[in-house]
Design a protein around this ligand. Structure first.
Ligand code: FES
Ligand code: FES
Length: 176
């Protein structure tokens, strides 16, 4: 174990974490920062349960060394709400469409959907399916999940603000 002091930017806040830089980012998020949104599923970058935004792009955190996240903006599902605390339109659409059963895959699905809608505000069903193909749902809620993402795109097209979408806020620096 080669512990170092890492500086991470997560959900717009700066954190100092002492750990082995090879520690998976997911472990640091969950165990050091108390962010339980990203989940452990496969641990090999294959299921999407642990997805977070890194500089606005969705990727797995279970196979990303925490040291490699330094200098990048990390956003978990907890950081998607707007400055007023209102849920992100994708989060609201998941609730409205009841797009979950057990919910284990939900935060990763939402993260992938947010990344998609930031890049393509009006995707078709095919684009949504492609964007979510790395996210597995063992409950078979895919149809409602896709409906939720399409509903979120419609909401956002009508001017519903998207929240932070993974961009780090610079106005809040906090220690854990
Ligand atoms: S737990 Fe990270 S992709 Fe499955
Ligand atoms: S809702 Fe259970 S894994 Fe997707």
């Amino acid at each position: 174990m080669d512990e170092q002091d890492l500086r991470l930017t997560v959900n717009g806040a700066g954190y100092a974490v002492r750990c082995d830089p090879a520690t998976p980012l997911l472990d640091v998020l969950r165990h050091d920062l108390g962010l339980a949104g990203p989940r452990f599923g496969c641990g090999q970058g294959l299921c999407g349960a642990c997805f977070v935004l890194i500089d606005g792009r969705a990727r797995s955190s279970c196979d990303l060394p925490a040291g490699a996240a330094q200098g990048h903006a990390v956003t978990t599902v907890e950081g998607l709400a707007g400055r007023d605390g209102a849920p992100h339109p994708v989060q609201r659409a998941f609730l409205d469409e009841q797009a979950a059963q057990c919910g284990y895959c939900t935060s990763g699905m939402i993260i992938s959907a947010v990344a998609l809608l930031a890049a393509d505000p009006s995707p078709g069903e095919e684009q949504v399916r492609a964007a979510l193909e790395q996210n597995l749902c063992r409950c078979g809620a895919h149809q409602r999940i896709i409906a939720a993402v399409l509903a979120a795109a419609r909401r956002m097209a009508c001017g519903d603000p998207p929240g932070r979408d993974g961009r780090a806020r610079q106005d809040r620096q906090a220690a854990p």
